[in-house]
Ligand binder design. Structure first.
Ligand code: FES
Length: 121
């Protein structure tokens, strides 16, 4: 779905990237609309309609959560709501599956560290 990061490979996106085979995007087509979100405070542009987990992967973040017991780093894995390795704090709400949440402009995605906090006073 996302061939290359346009901010890292501008020549590839301008040249058409993957080529002109049938079923691939046309080089002359408009690039997809993007939105800016923040992954652990770092701005990253993500295609509109992508998930927060995709934003994490596009940002090259080292982790999106740490396991509660050992603090092992995790990144999104299945991208379909099964593994729960993408639990994150999104716009201040902890314990959300980032792969199930579409990005919106200005979204703030922060790693979830340790056990979730059920209630905040
Ligand atoms: S990446 Fe597996 S549940 Fe989100």
């Amino acid at each position: 779905m996302f061939a290359l990061r346009p901010d890292r490979f501008p020549s590839a996106s301008a040249a058409g990237g993957a080529g002109q085979r049938s079923g691939t995007p046309d080089a002359r087509a408009e690039p997809p609309a993007t939105v800016e979100v923040f992954v652990d405070g770092i701005p990253v542009r993500v295609p509109l309609g992508a998930s927060a987990a995709a934003a994490v992967l596009l940002a090259d973040a080292p982790l999106i959560r740490e396991t509660p017991v050992f603090g092992a780093p995790r990144l999104p894995y299945c991208l379909m709501g099964v593994c729960f390795d993408c639990l994150a704090e999104i716009d201040g709400i902890a314990n959300r599956q980032a792969c199930m949440v579409p990005v919106v402009p200005g979204m703030r995605i922060a790693p979830q560290r340790g056990a979730r906090v059920a209630f905040r006073p």
